[in-house]
Write a protein that binds this ligand. Structure first.
Ligand code: XMP
Length: 513
């Protein structure tokens, strides 16, 4: 069954992916496509509605991105946001100019007054806060449009052509700062585009399974399973679709967290797939012996991973498909967005060169991370796998500072487990996006019972972040830090001191190496 779909035309705005997520949250499928999309492609997409995103340009610039004006003749409702609003106004006979003075330029939270007879604002308060970010001004609104919202500085914050279902807003309804932004998008989808809301994970799962079956036929599929969320959900979806035709190679490099390897294996036990777990701990540790430099560790692990995977793949002979857990944010590029990139998975860089296969399948390439997690739940994967925090490809090797040994890894595994366990007991997972222990290579003096100790210092790290590019250290309650520290020094041999890392990123990074 074909889903009803909204087309989001990408003009390079910074919130474009957020618009797509918001639309899907309202259970309407959508895709972001670059503004270079042709009219024929739009017709083939057959959208129930179109959204023009914001963008960094000014519509009157020579090089400004435009769209085929035939889009206004398709009889499909359009919502223009910020740049998208100005573009629509200009294309339909209005005029856009640079704001004459600072008062007409609006940035940030702006008190806005709405005409609640307009379908976009139906059922919402007549006054609320919106989030603006525009330096251009609609000097003339196209004839067929009426004004649907204003602010103290700007008479035309929103414009509407109800008959054609065209709406333009100068603010960003997709960001949280716009108080009723979600409701406005919902109104566009349900009041204007008459959406039914058929995008549910159960439907998605069923249609993805059906289309994978059709595509793969009786072919063989190979997938490198890391145990992370994306590759696990991709594996589960393929397992559901083609069962024993799927081979998952799970390279356990011995650098995983406590019990993680067994958990991954157990999670896939319900499916009759060919699950190959390669216990390669010794191989990795012997390659890492004597190596202290972080980038060198990464390189060794990456290369070794490929070798191990390659050896397993060779045993299988030719496969038809190589599956990857690429997700939508990996695929979409802003603005011109023409390059659909194939994820160079952290551990699997260059992999396709090593394996004899016909084609790549990426069954998650239309999903956002939170949708991937939802799909994982729908497929029956356990919660500990589905809601797993990010874990670096090189694993604990970059959390043991300096040389990596089996003893140090075991010490770290135990301490890291205690940290995670106490966080779970205190119900703090929701306040942190990544949290883990680091075994420093510093030793210091302590006292235990009557004896003096000279043991390692263990560091705790927890960050709160939305994009992992910048991050703040998490304000963990003292009681929890106390419980973690006490339990670790009492039960993990070799550790006599625990410290908490209170630096943000930048200037630090999230990992220590
Ligand atoms: P940093 O330490 O650079 O980490 O602030 C940002 C995010 O990236 C993860 N990370 C890695 N992931 N291979 C990976 O797959 C790596 O070598 C690697 N190094 C860092 C880190 O865990 C954090 O989520």
């Amino acid at each position: 069954m074909k889903h009803e779909a909204v087309l989001i035309v990408d003009f390079g705005g910074q919130y474009d992916q957020l618009i797509a997520r918001r639309v899907r949250e309202h259970q309407v499928y959508c895709e972001l496509r670059p503004y270079t999309i042709t009219l024929d492609e739009i017709r083939a997409f057959d959208p129930i509605g179109i959204i023009f995103t914001g963008g960094p340009s000014s519509v009157y610039d020579d090089a400004a991105p435009h769209i085929d004006p035939g889009v206004f003749e398709l009889g499909v409702p359009i919502l223009g946001i910020c740049y998208g609003c100005q573009l629509m106004a200009q294309a339909l006979g209005g005029a856009v100019t640079p704001a004459q003075d600072d008062s007409a330029r609006e940035y940030g939270k702006t008190y806005t007054y709405f005409d609640t007879n307009c379908r976009l604002f139906k059922g919402l308060p007549a006054e609320s806060v919106t989030w603006m970010s525009h330096g251009d001004y609609m000097a003339k609104v196209p004839d067929s449009f009426t004004l649907a919202a204003h602010s103290d500085n700007c008479p035309n914050v929103a414009i509407a052509d109800e008959a054609r279902g065209f709406y333009g807003v100068q603010f960003h309804p997709e960001v949280n700062h716009t108080e009723f932004g979600r409701d406005m998008l919902k109104n566009f989808l349900y009041e204007v585009c008459r959406a039914r809301g058929d995008w549910t994970m159960e439907d998605y799962k069923n249609s993805a399974v059906a289309s994978l079956r059709e595509k793969i036929g009786d072919g063989k599929v190979l997938l490198a399973l890391s145990g992370g969320v994306d590759s696990s959900v991709a594996a589960a979806l393929l397992a559901e679709a083609v069962g024993s035709q799927l081979t998952c190679v799970f390279v356990d490099h011995g650098l995983l967290r406590k019990d993680e390897g067994d958990q991954v294996e157990a999670a896939f036990a319900p499916w009759a797939i060919n699950f190959i777990r390669v216990n390669a701990e010794e191989r990795f540790l012997s390659k890492l012996a004597g190596v202290a430099e972080p980038e060198r560790k990464r390189k060794i692990i990456g290369e070794e991973f490929i070798r191990v995977f390659e050896a397993e793949a060779k045993k299988l002979g030719k496969v038809d498909y190589l599956a990857q857990g690429t997700i939508y944010p990996d695929v979409v590029e802003s603005g011109t967005g023409d390059a659909a990139v194939i994820k160079s998975h952290h551990n699997v860089g260059g992999l396709p060169d090593y394996v004899d296969f016909k084609e790549i399948v990426e069954p998650l390439r239309l999903l956002f991370k939170d949708e991937v997690r939802q799909l994982g739940r729908e497929l029956g994967l356990p919660e500990y796998l589905v809601s797993r925090q990010p874990f670096p490809g090189p694993g604990l090797a970059i959390r043991v500072i300096g040389e990596v040994t089996k003893d140090k890894l075991d010490t770290l595994r135990e301490a890291d487990f205690i940290f995670r366990d106490e966080v779970a007991k205190a119900h703090l997972e929701g306040t942190m996006d990544q949290y883990f222990a680091v075994l420093t290579n510093m030793r210091s003096v302590g006292v235990m019972g009557d004896g003096r100790t000279y043991d390692y210092t263990l560091a705790l790290r927890s960050v709160t972040t939305s994009d992992f590019m910048t991050a703040d250290w998490t304000r963990i309650p003292y009681e929890t830090l106390d419980a973690v520290s006490t339990r670790i020094v009492n039960s993990v041999p070799g550790v006599n001191r625990v410290v908490y890392d209170i630096t943000s990123k930048p200037p630090s990074t999230i990992e220590w190496e």
